[in-house]
Design a protein around this ligand. Structure first.
Ligand code: AMP
Ligand code: MG
Length: 491
């Protein structure tokens, strides 16, 4: 068989709409081949939904593509240009270790970026090596797939290959390339780049492209760029509420890591919270706690304000009017976020209708969880199954008072106990990717080349609302430790 036939059989159906944007937005860039690629993990179900033939992709041919040693039919590999505010400071960035192969058109006509991460140096690499270590790529694979299963919009992971080359971080590590799938890689930072270094026409083209790619037709009566801003505000409000509801801490909410599609992107230093503490942050470099759990909604507003600033010249010819339109659009975030969050919390407590005192009821529970150092996920799980015993929180008389109020509140709604219970089951995950289980899986894979631990973890995470017997062990919080769990960027 010729190479071409093999590639076509794998189901590649690439288009390259991003490459039609003005040249300023990217640099054509092939991935740099690696020494000896080997497939480490492959996502069969994602491959199928993208229209790939998993069996063909899992052959050497596919591995060569995921490693960047071969370019698939129809690809126009490129590195995207973008800027961003990192920890509050503006800087030029761009894909320093990634290339976009193109956009896979699925059998249902959807469009997904196929990006290789860790694929070698690009013009945007600055002092970086363009590469990625295996551990962090597997970590992104696990957590992004867990987020997807939790029902949270996210980029996904199609495959990880090892390169047979070492990368040097704090020590020598095995290198890897991850294939990331995203609705797009358009970021707040892409607009910051355009506003800073592009012509107005280029900014407008980027905005039109973003509208067309993610938001369909805007209302003909409305300013399309105001529509774009409002839609992005609304998607972020919904996304961040979902993060808060499961205790996800992104860790590096720089504007280059905020995707305009409304997907969670960039799984560097993220982690899930075990013990409830609003000040939780895991990232080793976030010494000021800028990105702690409770700050995430505020940071989203800050990032959206940076986005809105880039749109000002498109919003109105009169600058004051433009600023006013932008401010009004951004200020909608808080109400939208609050209503998503409150609705999600009500579901977690089995509540269907809306009462004025609900917010206080939720707040009270959270403050007791904080005071008694309760596990966030497991507290809701225990409430779901009415197994409220054996923890300092559940033994506290303050909790018993809260519980009584909650029961009375449940009694005031029409839905019966069973219906409430069902709602709680489907709103409170049995498992989240707990740090100690993720570390255990990564250790086995990276140090022992044993992927079975990771496969079992992925299985447990694949249906977080199943509440199955097999998931029980993955629901256990870590043993008490004096060591604070830490995550790292730029890995
Ligand atoms: P991140 O912290 O992953 O959002 O990355 C911030 C910026 O650093 C982006 O422009 C990345 O492309 C770039 N970057 C991260 N790691 C590397 C690396 N090993 N080599 C080159 N660029 C990198
Ligand atoms: Mg990034």
């Amino acid at each position: 068989m010729t190479q071409k036939t093999l590639v076509i059989n794998a189901g590649w159906h690439l288009d390259n709409s991003y490459a039609q944007l003005p040249e300023k937005f990217f640099t054509l860039q092939n991935p740099t081949p690696v020494h000896s690629p080997k497939l480490a993990v492959f996502n069969d179900s994602l491959a199928a939904s993208l229209g790939f033939n998993a069996k063909t992709l899992k052959t050497d041919e596919g591995t060569m593509i995921f490693a960047g040693n071969k370019v698939p039919e129809g690809a126009v590999p490129l590195a995207q240009a973008y800027a961003g505010h990192q920890f509050g400071y503006f800087t030029m960035l761009g894909d320093g270790r990634a290339v976009l192969l193109g956009e896979q058109i699925t059998p249902r006509g959807e469009r997904f970026d196929i990006q290789l991460k860790g694929s070698g140096i690009t013009p945007y690499s600055r002092r970086g090596d363009g590469r990625a270590a295996l551990g962090p790529m597997l970590r992104e694979y696990i957590i992004s797939e867990a987020m997807h299963a939790l029902g949270i919009e996210t980029t996904r992971s199609l495959a990880v290959v090892t390169t047979g080359e070492a990368v040097y971080r704090e020590k020598e590590e095995p290198g890897a390339v991850m294939t990331r799938v995203a609705s797009s890689h358009l970021r707040v930072g892409t607009f910051e780049y355009a506003a800073k270094w592009g012509e107005l026409k280029e900014l407008e083209e980027l905005a039109d492209y973003t509208l067309q790619r993610h938001f369909g037709e805007s209302d003909v009566d409305e300013n399309p760029y105001l529509f774009l801003l409002k839609e992005i505000v609304s998607r972020q409000a919904s996304l961040i509420a979902k993060w808060q509801l499961v205790g996800f801490i992104h860790g590096v909410m720089n504007t280059d890591n905020m995707a305009l599609s409304g997907e969670t992107i960039d799984y560097g230093p993220c982690a899930f919270m075990d013990t409830y503490d609003p000040k939780t942050v895991f990232s080793s470099i976030d010494t000021q706690g800028r990105y702690v759990y409770e700050n995430q909604p505020k940071i989203a507003v800050w990032n959206l304000a940076r986005f809105a600033e880039t749109l000002l010249p498109l919003l109105h010819d009169d600058e004051d009017r433009a600023v006013k339109l932008a401010q009004d659009a951004i200020s909608r975030f808080t109400d939208l976020y609050r209503s998503h969050y409150a609705a999600g919390m009500r579901s977690k407590l089995g509540l269907f209708n809306n009462e004025k005192e609900d917010e206080a009821l939720i707040e009270r529970l959270l403050s007791l969880m904080h005071k008694y150092q309760a596990d966030y996920t497991n507290t809701f799980r225990a409430l779901t199954f009415d197994k409220i015993e054996g923890t300092p929180l559940f033994d506290a008389s303050e909790f018993k008072e809260w519980y009584k109020l909650w029961q009375e509140r449940l009694g005031r709604q029409q839905e019966d106990e069973d219906t409430s219970h069902q709602l709680m089951r489907s709103s409170n995950p049995a498992v989240i990717p707990r740090n100690h289980r993720v570390e255990e899986a990564l250790n086995a894979a990276v140090k022992g080349e044993d992927y079975s631990v990771m496969e079992r973890l992925l299985k447990a995470l694949s249906d977080p609302y199943a509440h199955s017997f097999e998931q029980d062990e993955y629901a256990q919080p870590p043993a008490p430790s004096n060591c604070r769990y830490q995550t790292f960027c730029g890995t």
